[in-house]
Ligand binder design. Sequence first.
Ligand SMILES: Cc1cc2nc3c(=O)[nH]c(=O)nc-3n(C[C@H](O)[C@H](O)[C@H](O)COP(=O)(O)OP(=O)(O)OC[C@H]3O[C@@H](n4cnc5c(N)ncnc54)[C@H](O)[C@@H]3O)c2cc1C
Length: 397
Amino acid sequence: MAVKVILEKCKGCTKCVRSCPFTAITMENKKAVIGIACTGCGQCIDACPFGAIERAEEAPGPADLSEYHGVWVFAEQREGKLMQVAVELLGEGKKLASVIGCELCAVLCGSGVENLAGELFEYGADKVYYGDAPELKQYTTGAYTKAIYEAILAYKPEIVLLGATHIGRDLGPCLAVKCSTGLTADCTRLEIDPETKGILQTRPAFGGNLMATIVCPGHRPQMSTVRPGVMEKAERQPGRRGTLIKLDVKFQEGDIRTKVLEVVKSVREAVSLTDAEVIVSGGMGLGKPEGFQLLKKLADRFGGSVASSRAAVDAGWIDHAYQVGQTGTTVKPKIYFACGISGAIQHAAGMQNSGLIVAINTNENAPIFDIADIGIVGDLYKVIPAIMEELDKYPEA
Ligand SMILES: Cc1cc2nc3c(=O)[nH]c(=O)nc-3n(C[C@H](O)[C@H](O)[C@H](O)COP(=O)(O)OP(=O)(O)OC[C@H]3O[C@@H](n4cnc5c(N)ncnc54)[C@H](O)[C@@H]3O)c2cc1C
């Protein structure tokens, strides 16, 4: 806790309890007790008329930070298929592990998915911690949290990385609370201080207008969720082997408080923007929802996918599953066509790492041209048919 109560001075007036915006203070035997929800904001220090609350010298962390070793990646799988973000995290995890000279490990949960361990070794994991149980076949918060939390307690990783998928965004905070540690969500960059082994976790803040770098100095493991499509995928080394460690996972009644009755796949899962090599994306410059049909023709020419700006989604022209950007999907295709998209910072945040950016816009001053590799000033309804006409001349390409 960042503040402490001087018991001799505390008169039990409860003013601190009422002042705390985080309901972190309770009364026990007429004395204030600071709970784990304390953020160290200091409101209680000002509220106490008896000077009975002070800042603690230093926030106490776990017993010994040096007990924690290794970078762990949550190897998210669905229906026995490894999610691409796990491969990206292994790529990033390898870099972090090599700076601090430790092992890269994956933690895998499921039922009958041991074969994925081989894939994880080939993508760079030195060890795979594997929890196998019928209760882990489908993701539930209770089952996965219990299995991985117990593994963290037993093996004490220094760093735990999860994909910022629906599952990772649910699991990460639960694990962080159980471990009494911090979690930085939606990171777009990770670096590490080789001396302190502290990760510098960078993520957009204030609507994407600035980047915040967050550290977790006093607690372990350090935990981050990372958006799919942001980090470089690990390179596969066929035949690479590692150590498989089977976790002793047992569940009791009450451990799992949710029951999966049915899995209904949404459009979002059918749209795989993160895997597409070519994306043809449209914005308000399309002028009407039918404009996406033209974009689809171009996308089909490359075996790619259409995508959109948020404004087009908000206009009801296309499903949110197709949205690229800060509040949509982050993509990194080989070619990204931005058609009738102005290039707002929130859109650029989701596509600026694409291999080649081709922008088509009637306004030569549109910000999209600042990040485009090829800029075409013109009406997309003339430019796209002209591109397709040219492509048709090279059917083998
Ligand atoms: C917190 C927050 C989060 C956000 N998250 C996202 C996000 O994830 N993704 C996202 O995209 N946006 C996001 N936005 C919205 C973002 O700020 C912009 O409003 C949005 O990206 C604009 O979409 P657009 O480029 O399609 O539309 P506009 O800005 O209206 O641009 C349309 C462009 O089309 C051009 N044009 C017009 N006619 C033609 C034509 N015939 N041919 C070619 N060009 C033409 C115009 O010159 C113009 O540049 C977010 C905003 C906030 C505040």
